[in-house]
Design a protein around this ligand. Sequence first.
Ligand code: ZN
Length: 144
Amino acid sequence: MTDITSEQRAAWAAKALLQYAIDKEGGEELYDEAELVLSDLLADLRHYAARESIDFKTCIDRAEMHYDAEVAEESGNQFGSRCPKCGKADEIDIAATVWVRLCPDGTDVTQAANGDHEWEDSSPVKCCACGHDGTVASFQRRPK
Ligand SMILES: [Zn+2]
């Protein structure tokens, strides 16, 4: 696990965005709201990619994958889930649909031929650290 946090990554991006804004419009701060300056930067990066024969959409897709992996790594589970109340990510239980093998003394989840564990955004979730409950969607860290 890397020590680089999402906050550090965002700080690097903010520094790059500020430098872009200063180079483009002068001054010492963003020339407009961050969302608009970021859109300008992305458009200019698209021009750069075209000039350099770089597949921009591949870069965007790769960036999304990296973002998802980095958020998941930082959150403590590969699904990017975290309790919105206490912040714990390693004591989350989800009411998932699983296949079980019927046995003489009950059921066995490890014997089922289909080992999938499936859930949806609306599936119930409970944080066993603090008792907070909600849905899978409410425990998702990534903004939609
Ligand atoms: Zn919690």
